[in-house]
Design a protein around this ligand. Structure first.
Ligand SMILES: [Zn+2]
Length: 312
């Protein structure tokens, strides 16, 4: 049993950073502040009058078209998923995040810079016990040929499959079990990715204005435009696991179960969480001390198949 993670945590101290928003292209300053037990994760828009806050929870998801955005009473915060994933794996339950713009900075398109910021902020144990959400019955959600399946399991595990008709992507499947150390090494550095024709279309509509080769892997019809290539040969599926972790964090509690995800995206991720939350029979809430030690297994991700070798 890992006693450290039986209790709730916040950040030890304030930490701030600056970057640009992927979609606005505007500079944004982000500041993390400690928060009391049972506060959850909340974003506060410092650029708006009265500094309105939005709770990072699936109930407040308002847009999943290009990234995950939350909102309430007309206040929105976008592109929260990579930060949510970083908070999730660092076991930070309670934190106030102040932004002077509408988006979390994109940095290099991965969660690695966010882990560095969380390292600077430190981790502080609190007096309240953590709770986790335990999958007790199988649940399935399909849309077209995309689906998510959850089944009971004694630790968090995800098996993610993508299939893009591109010579350097193709079908990629990866299985990953929750582990803070392997997340930093094997998942956090995977960058967001897109296809040049889609990026050009988005930018002509005023979106993805901050998008560049500095913060995304971009493909043309035949190859990758980034001069340094991939960080991992299967970087795309690793990034999808990162996105899934970030969206799953919007359940508000760590999850215990096995997830199989096939060709999904933010829309299906968040629809799945909403369905799970609306069906209490599918899960139970347990305090962290009921969690078996295998919640923190030391395993590496297991590639099941890589990019299509016929093309790669
Ligand atoms: Zn992403």
């Amino acid at each position: 049993m890992n006693l450290k993670f039986m209790m709730q945590h916040t950040v030890q101290r304030e930490a701030s950073c600056m970057g640009i928003g992927l979609h606005s292209g505007a500079k944004v300053t982000m500041k993390l502040r400690p928060a009391p037990p049972n506060f959850g994760v909340r974003f506060r828009r410092m650029d708006l009058g009265h500094h309105p806050a939005v709770i990072a929870h699936a109930h407040y998801v308002v847009n999943t078209a290009l990234a995950t955005s939350i909102g309430s009473n007309g206040t929105t915060v976008s592109t929260i998923e990579h930060l949510m994933a970083a908070l999730y794996v660092r076991s930070i339950d309670n934190v106030l995040i102040e932004l002077d713009g509408p988006e979390v900075p994109i940095f290099d398109g991965s969660a690695a810079p966010l882990l560095e910021i969380l390292t600077r902020a430190g981790l502080k144990e609190q007096t309240a016990r953590r709770q986790c959400m335990v999958i007790t019955r199988p649940m399935f959600l399909r849309e077209g040929d995309a689906f998510i399946k959850a089944t009971p399991g004694d630790h968090f595990q995800v098996r993610y499959t993508i299939d893009f008709p591109h010579p350097l992507v193709g079908k990629q499947t990866l299985r990953w079990s929750f582990n803070e150390a392997t997340f930093g090494r094997d998942i956090a550095r995977a960058r967001t990715f897109g296809f040049l024709k889609d990026v050009e279309k988005l930018q002509s509509h005023g979106l993805a204005q901050g998008g560049s080769l500095a913060n995304a892997v971009v493909f043309d019809d035949f190859g990758i435009l980034n001069q340094d290539g991939f960080r991992y040969i299967d970087e795309c599926v690793r990034h999808k696991i990162l996105d899934f972790m970030g969206d799953l964090a919007l359940a508000g509690k760590p999850m215990l179960g096995r997830f199989e995800v096939h060709k999904a995206g933010h829309a299906l991720h968040t629809a799945f969480i909403r369905q799970l939350l609306s069906r209490p029979g599918q899960h139970s809430i347990a305090t962290q001390n009921y969690m078996p030690a295998s919640y923190f297994p030391f395993t590496s991700p297991q590639p099941i198949c890589g990019p299509n070798p016929a093309f790669g």
